[in-house]
Each structure stands twice: as structure tokens, then as C-alpha cells.
Design a binder for this molecule. Structure first.
Ligand SMILES: C[S@@+](CC[C@H](N)C(=O)[O-])C[C@H]1O[C@@H](n2cnc3c(N)ncnc32)[C@H](O)[C@@H]1O
Length: 353
């Protein structure tokens, strides 16, 4: 990014200040939307089928707050260091942010009813879900429409931001940070990158901003989410299953993959890891981000235990105990860097040249 800005350290410092100001507005807005949503559909209230018996110690509010704020600090520092420009994250104007927050709040009751019925597979009755892998045909997070409707795709980012009180963008960008450091000083023209499981396109927008000259595309199994991603990012998207990537062997310089692996069954994770390794060029990298695991954050382990219980994450418990470097090493990828912020960890893995 240095080469495009060409405006020196002070401009980056201003960018850092701008990123911090945006983060403060986001944290306040999505923190409030999250609080209203939780008040309307308190996952822990009343009789729910979910029986959650925590093992980990209670989470200290001060510790949680420190970890949360540290995510914004890292993001701001990377912008101030010129690794990537300030990012918009989500709705571009207050009217849209207002509509998105209202939509999440309006949907909260339906999510809660699904949670209370413990119905994470309602979407299997919908005609749109026919023909997809069984593991995919679920209401992950108990969300209305699963991955199958336009309304779900439009709502998703606001739901994630409300869940993480505005920190989702900053957390995802740990993977961007690792990749931007790795590519620093390299001519981006001709570099090819795919954002695997791009969802509704938040990270694609970050990649657009950081690497405007690289050839970047998204891939997702959801038609609806890809349509949302296309409308937000100027990059194209392809609908495909990550288990069978529609790319030639050794054809990509980088794959990014954010928040996919915790939603894959254990038998599918090595298949997707092998596909990523297959399509990467020798010397190419995977920038990966997903939930922290209990060993990374023992002090927050109770939160990590609660997540699959209240948000229908059927494969999370096996993800939590997966040795990720070993999983990727089995596919031929070598861990070369890592980072962590709040509830997300990022890994940079290389296909040896
Ligand atoms: C939790 S969302 C993450 C989306 C996005 N990366 C983000 O950071 O918000 C998981 C995404 O993975 C996609 N997905 C799940 N299984 C998939 C598969 N087998 N192939 C391709 N995409 C898949 C879903 O459609 C969904 O968009």
C-alpha cells in the first residue's frame, strides 16, 4: 500500500486516527444494537432446551473489555503503519446502519424461538436448500433462512457486528495484517487471490482496499450471500463448494479464509485444506482466520463453551480441539506467522516453494 499512498508517515498516522474514530462509532452503535437484541432475546433466560453447563471459570468483565479493545488497537496500529487503509466496515451511511440494526432487532425473536425449540435444521424444509450438502443445510447461529435467502445475506453482517459489539471487522483483519506484511513491497499486479467462503463480502471489501491491483475474487456455496458480496465489493464471485475448488492446480498466490472451518464437519476440514494446498502456487499462502480455541484464551473459555450452545454451531466443539497447524501441515502447508485479537485467531501458512 505504501507505493500507492506515497504520502509519508504523517498521512498514515492520520489514517490511524481516522480508523480509531470509525471504530469508536462502530463499537458504540453495534454494542447498543447487540444489547437491545440480547434484551429482546436473552439466550440464557427462561426455559430453553439448551442446557449449558459451563466448565471454565467465570469470565471477568474487565478482562473481556481489555481483549475487545486490544482488537481495535491492533487494527489502528496496522493502519497507522501503512499496512492497509482505514476500512469502512458495513453500512456506509447512518440511514443504512439504522435499517440494518432494526432488521437484526426485528429478527431477534424468531432467532430466539428457534433456539428455544433447539431447531437448527428448520431450513431443511425450504426448497432453496435442496441439493446442498447435509451439513450445510442448517440454521447456523439459528439465523432465519440459514445461508439460503437474500434477507439472511443482507442481515448477516449486522448480526455478526451486533454479536461482537462492532469488533468483527477488526478481528477479521488479523488475517489481512499477516498477508499485507507478507506481501509488503511486492508488486501486486498479477497476484491472484481468492477469498474462500466470502459470505456477504466484508473481508472481500477489506482485500479490495488493501490490494487494489491484485486480481481478487470471492467463492461461496451460497447464491444469496454471493449476490450480497457482489453488490458490496467490485470483485467477482463464484458459487462453488470449497471441497472441490474450480481452480487449476498451483494457480493462486493466496487464499484467504475467514470463519469457515468452525462450520465444517471434522471429515470435511482436511478435504478443504487439501484443496487450498492444491490450488496454491509453490510459495503461495493461506491467510486464515477463525475463532480462538480454548487453549489460546483460557480466561475466556466459558464464552467459547457458551457459543455453540446458544448459537447452533454443530461442529464448533470439534473445531475447538483441532490442531490447526497439524491439519494444514497434513495438506502440505507450513505455519509461518500468526496473530490473535479478541475472539479471533489468524494464521499465515505457506505452500513450500
Ligand atoms: C460464518 S460465514 C463466514 C463468511 C465470511 N467469510 C465472513 O467473514 O463473514 C461461513 C460462510 O461459509 C460458507 N460455506 C460453508 N460451507 C461451505 C462450503 N462447503 N463451500 C463454500 N462455502 C461454504 C457459507 O455459505 C458462509 O457464507
Amino acid at each position: 500500500m505504501d507505493e500507492q499512498r506515497g504520502s509519508g508517515r504523517s498521512a498514515f498516522a492520520l489514517d490511524g486516527a481516522s480508523q480509531r474514530a470509525k471504530a469508536a462509532v462502530k463499537a458504540a452503535w453495534w454494542g447498543a444494537a447487540g444489547s437491545v437484541t440480547r434484551a429482546l432475546a436473552n439466550p440464557t433466560r427462561g426455559e430453553a432446551k439448551t442446557k449449558f453447563e459451563p466448565q471454565g471459570p467465570p469470565v471477568s468483565a474487565a478482562r473481556l473489555r481489555r481483549a475487545y479493545l486490544a482488537a481495535f488497537d491492533k487494527d489502528t496500529a496496522d493502519v497507522a503503519a501503512g499496512l492497509y487503509p482505514p476500512m469502512e466496515d458495513g453500512p456506509r451511511n447512518p440511514a443504512q446502519a439504522f435499517r440494518r440494526a432494526l432488521d437484526v432487532i426485528a429478527d431477534a425473536k424468531a432467532v430466539d424461538q428457534r433456539r428455544r425449540r433447539s431447531d437448527g435444521v428448520e431450513v431443511r424444509d425450504e426448497p432453496e436448500s435442496q441439493g446442498y450438502p447435509t451439513y450445510y443445510r442448517q440454521n447456523f447461529h439459528y439465523q432465519s433462512g440459514g445461508w439460503f435467502t437474500d434477507a439472511s445475506a443482507q442481515r448477516y453482517e449486522a448480526q455478526v457486528e451486533a454479536l461482537f459489539s462492532g469488533a468483527a471487522g477488526a478481528m477479521r483483519r488479523r488475517a489481512l495484517s499477516l498477508l499485507a506484511k507478507h506481501w509488503r513491497g511486492q508488486d501486486q499486479r498479477g497476484l491472484k487471490l481468492i477469498d474462500l467462503a466470502c459470505g456477504s463480502g466484508s473481508f472481500l471489501c477489506d482485500l479490495d482496499g488493501a490490494f487494489p491491483r491484485a486480481a481478487i475474487g470471492g467463492l461461496d456455496l451460497s447464491r444469496a450471500y454471493l449476490a450480497a458480496a457482489r453488490s458490496r465489493s467490485k470483485r467477482g464471485g463464484v458459487q462453488a463448494n470449497a471441497e472441490r475448488l474450480p481452480f487449476a492446480d498451483a494457480s493462486l498466490d493466496a487464499v484467504t479464509c475467514v470463519y469457515l472451518f468452525h462450520e465444517l464437519p471434522p471429515r470435511v476440514r482436511p478435504v478443504v485444506a487439501a484443496e487450498i494446498a492444491r490450488v496454491l502456487k509453490p510459495g503461495g499462502v493461506l491467510a486464515f482466520a477463525d475463532s480462538v480455541q480454548p487453549a489460546d484464551e483460557p480466561n475466556l473459555s466459558r464464552l467459547l463453551e457458551a457459543f455453540p450452545a446458544y448459537f447452533h454451531e454443530p461442529y464448533y466443539s470439534t473445531y475447538a480441539e483441532t490442531d490447526l497447524p497439524a491439519l494444514f501441515s497434513g495438506a502440505g502447508l507450513r505455519l509461518i506467522d500468526q496473530d490473535q485479537a479478541f475472539l479471533t485467531k489468524a494464521l499465515l501458512l505457506e505452500k513450500p516453494a
